[in-house]
Design a protein around this ligand. Structure first.
Ligand code: AGP
Length: 606
């Protein structure tokens, strides 16, 4: 996590750095800071909380310097306060850092022994003092090289030096870092978002590389300090995507955009002329794949779980699902007939990237389902399936979730057809239903008023549960995650049939419980489980789909009916009321919906 920006220019840089930091806030918003070089000194200003706080500081307005670095932090070591905010500086060096230095305690002991005085509780400060120490005997390049060799863990770094007023050093191991090229100025950024308003010409550093950013050119080196040549990539620029229009929050906008984003995804992947899915360029033959392993974190992991049900339903492939942070350290039995699918909105999630890297190193078949096509995960996968849903700004993932499950559903359908696991007739019927999905989502989005009033009950309760079976179980998990992250209410997602094995003990008089019971193969079983929680005093919000059949159950507190479609596609519709429930609960509580506490949009630390 955390965001880095560095600018080397011939004009003053502080206000551009502040503007770039605002764009990077999705990576962390515990604190922010800036350091520039002017009149032979390092000037550093930092503040707790959002970039707005930093901007309000009158000293920032008058900050001089044509070279500088800035940072937004998501705390790992030490409290989120202004002392622990980056940059961290000695008299000679100032550093911004993303990642974690795992041997910081040992290095600190060594540096304290040498007389260095530490101000913060962060791991980053050891980098500052180590470079300062190495500068006593080495030039800039060698001091950085020596320092990087001593660090264990992950980092993306931006470094300025009091005695080198013409350069910024950038370095990368584990955490992503990019260089941008402008007119008479060059930039360093933790990703292309921060740089996009200034340039669309980008170079990404590979693991272990470092660079020297001067105003008129940039030099790249490998870990041994040997110069390397790098490609300059041209990115597409879509500035208007940051605008929240008439909506109060990006999340509200992103929820409402879903009919359009689904339509975009469907248009990209469905070949209407041939009644097919235009994934024609899979780099592997159908007989080379006998199983699929889906890997992700958080909401993306829920997408993987959702896909497991579809892959099992539509194909004869063996399917496994894993949480990336678990997969990367497990003793995996890599199999060459397995397709490893990595799901990530940002494409920068550290655990997911590490899992991908591990598979690549073991020469596995890797495919990613991402939103950001310039991301590290997209770049390093052998095959990429973009979700085409546009930038998602709200920390709580909404349209990207539907985008991910759409593409995973499409992939399952395609593999099912290729392997003759489903007939062409059934395939075409399912494609037809899929093209109607955006309109059904649009209609389901209209159930607004009811959810607004229901959300108060969730806010007043000390906890809640979300239950579902089969296709609805991953959606129950996702609904609970949305409520937790936005409203800070304890919410558990559970398979409805599992309640009697323990969690039923949590049910007490008046506890709100969401039951997802669409009219699918699991309907009757889920309704029985619902009666078990009602009998113990739960206030049940039943979410089902419209049907002429009556619901035979008494004492249901509230019912929401989504539109009707085939059972594969009902999970898309069930998700909508759950997104809105979380949104309205947080709205009523007055919480920061787009930036919930303690979280960040892109989780680039493990
Ligand atoms: C969801 O609302 C989250 N904020 C979070 O769980 C997210 O899905 C997870 O961190 C994975 O992110 P990615 O899709 O960018 O890899």
């Amino acid at each position: 996590m955390c965001g880095i920006i560095g600018i080397n220019s011939s004009k003053p840089v502080s206000s551009t750095i502040i503007n770039s930091l605002k764009k990077l806030e999705y990576r962390g918003y515990d604190s922010a800071g800036i350091a520039t070089l002017s009149k032979g000194e390092i000037n550093e200003i930092k503040s707790e909380g959002r970039v707005d706080n930093l901007e309000k500081n009158s000293l920032v307005q008058s900050m001089e310097g044509t070279i500088g670095i800035g940072h937004v932090r998501w705390a790992t070591h030490g409290l989120p306060n202004s002392i622990n905010a980056h940059p961290h500086s000695s008299q000679n060096v100032s550093v911004v850092h993303n990642g974690i230095i795992e041997n910081s305690t040992l290095l600190k002991k060594f540096l304290v022994g040498k007389g260095h005085k530490f101000k913060s509780q962060t791991d980053t400060e050891v980098i500052v003092h180590l470079i300062t120490e190495n500068l006593k005997t080495e030039n800039v390049v060698n001091s950085v090289k020596k320092t990087l060799k001593a660090l264990h863990g992950s980092f993306a770094l931006g470094i300025i030096f009091k005695d080198e007023p013409n350069l910024i050093v950038g370095a990368r191991r584990g955490s992503p870092l990019a260089v941008g090229y402008g007119p008479n100025e060059n930039y360093l950024g933790s990703d292309s978002y921060a740089l996009k308003s200034m340039t669309n010409k980008i170079t990404y550093l590979n693991d272990g590389e470092f660079c020297i950013v001067k105003k008129d050119h940039v030099e790249f080196f490998d870990e041994e300090g040997t110069k390397v040549n790098k490609k300059v990539l041209e990115l597409s620029s879509e500035e208007n995507k940051y605008d929240k229009g008439d909506y109060k929050h990006f999340m509200a906008k992103e929820i409402e955009e879903q009919p359009t984003t689904l339509k975009n995804g469907i248009n990209e992947y469905i070949d209407k002329t041939n009644n097919d899915i235009n994934i024609y360029n899979l780099p592997w033959k159908k007989d080379e794949i006998s199983s699929v392993t889906l890997i992700g974190c958080g909401t993306a992991y829920h997408s993987c779980l959702m896909a497991k049900y579809w892959f099992e339903h539509l194909t004869s492939l063996d399917v496994n699902v894993d949480i990336a942070s678990e997969f990367r350290y497990r003793k995996n039995r890599f199999k060459k007939e397995t397709l490893y699918v990595f799901v990530s909105q940002s494409g920068e999630t550290a655990d997911t990237y590490a899992a991908l890297d591990l598979c690549n190193k073991n020469r596995m078949k890797t495919c990613s389902v991402v939103n950001v096509i310039e991301s590290s995960i997209a770049r390093d996968s052998k095959f990429v399936l973009p979700i085409h849903c546009g930038t998602e700004i709200g920390v709580a993932s909404t349209k990207a979730f539907l985008g991910q499950i759409l593409i995973l559903y499409i992939l399952a359908l395609k593999l099912g057809l290729l392997r003759d696991d489903i007939s062409k007739n059934l395939f075409v019927k399912k494609l037809k239903d899929l093209t109607k999905l955006p309109d059904l989502v649009k209609k389901t989005l209209m159930t607004d008023n009811k959810i607004q009033s229901i959300s108060s009950t969730f806010n007043d309760a000390k906890g809640s549960m979300f239950l579902g079976r089969g296709f609805s179980f991953p959606i129950a998990l996702e609904g609970a995650l949305k409520l937790k992250e936005l409203s800070y209410i304890h919410a558990e997602g559970y398979p409805a049939g599992e309640m009697k094995h323990g969690p039923l003990a949590l049910i007490e008089e008046g506890m709100p419980v969401v039951v997802l019971a669409p009219r699918d193969d699991y309907y009757k079983k889920t309704i029985s489980n619902m009666q078990e929680v009602i009998a113990r005093g739960a206030k049940v919000l039943l979410i089902t789909n419209k049907s002429k059949d009556e619901i035979f159950s008494e004492n249901i507190w509230e019912t929401i009916e989504v539109e009707t479609t085939n059972e594969d596609l009902l999970p898309f519709l069930l998700t909508i009321p759950l997104q809105k429930l979380a949104y309205y609960s947080a709205l009523k509580k007055g919480y920061d919906i787009d930036k919930p506490r303690n979280l960040a949009k892109s989780v680039t630390v493990e």
